[in-house]
Structure formats: C-alpha cells, structure tokens
Design a protein around this ligand. Structure first.
Ligand code: 4NP
Length: 158
C-alpha cells in the first residue's frame, strides 16, 4: 500500500491550512507515522508567499517553524495524488467539489471532507477564517486544527 497522504485546503493557504499542515506533521512525528502532508488554497492570490506572520507566530508558540512553507493553489492532480483532502470550512469544501474532476467525486467522495467533521460535536463547522482577525483568532485556529490532527492520527493508528 502506498504511503497515506493528506492535503488541507483553505482559501488563501497562508493562515489556516498551513497551521493544519504543521499540526498534523507534529502529531504524525510524535506517533511515528510516515505520511505525506501538504496544504493549498482554493484561491491563488497568495501563491508563492510564506504564511501570514500571525500563523508563523502561532506555530512558533508550539515549537514549530512554518516560515519556509509557501502558498500554492489547489491543482487538478491533487485529486489523484492525495488519499484524503480536508477543507477547513464548508465554503472551501463546496469549491473543492466544484473543481474536482468528475471521476474523483464519482469514485470516492469519502476522500474529500470537512476537517472539523473529525471532531465529535464540531461536525459541519468551520475553522473560522482569522485573516481579518486578531492574534486570539489564530490561537483558536490552532486549537481547532491541532484537535482535528489528533483525531486523524488516532483514526490512522486504530
Ligand atoms: P486562509 O485565510 O484561507 O486561512 O489562508 C485567508 C487568507 C487570505 C485571504 C482570505 C483568507 N484573502 O482574502 O486574501
């Protein structure tokens, strides 16, 4: 079986999905799992840019350096390449379904889902977009994505 692979997708790939990527990387290292992990945005405005300074600062609080991450837009090959794709909010999930190749959606919608569906009691909810927000909003994003990452790893080792 090929190595499991996970892609996280938000709007800009500079605030939320880089933190989700960092959280899952940390959890998989701690669990001794080898997993391909990446993140992307449904929008391409920030392609090539590092994460938002507030996301870099939030990750640093948890001992993780994400300053080398670079934003990119989702591409059609992602739907072939990644075993699981998680949207950070319902709007990005709708957008992913709109751009996904028909074969992908027909074959296995189970591979595309909402990140917070991993967390009991939070099903259907968004990781709130912190772009226009405060440092506290970025801390709340970390709380959400790190909890989801723990649930995902628990599901993988089960
Ligand atoms: P993200 O946050 O989707 O979590 O990366 C945003 C980043 C940029 C914009 C919106 C949200 N923007 O409008 O440029």
């Amino acid at each position: 079986m090929s190595q499991p692979s996970v892609l996280f997708v938000c709007l800009g790939n500079i605030c939320r999905s880089p933190l989700a990527e960092a959280a899952l990387r940390a959890e998989t290292v701690a669990a001794g799992l080898a997993i391909t992990i990446d993140s992307a945005g449904t929008g391409g405005w920030h392609a090539g840019n590092p994460p938002d300074a507030r996301s870099i600062a939030e990750a640093a609080k948890h001992g993780i350096d994400i300053s080398g991450y670079r934003a990119r837009q989702v591409r059609p090959q992602d739907f072939q390449h990644f075993g699981q794709i998680f949207a950070l909010d319902p709007q990005n999930l709708r957008d992913l379904k709109r751009i996904a190749p028909h074969e992908f959606l027909g074959r296995s919608t189970a591979r595309l889902g909402l990140l917070m569906d991993l967390v009991p009691g939070r099903e259907g909810s968004a990781v709130i977009d912190p772009y226009g927000g405060t440092e506290e909003d970025f801390a709340a994003v970390w709380g959400d994505v790190s909890e989801a990452a723990r649930r995902l790893v628990a599901r993988m080792v089960r």
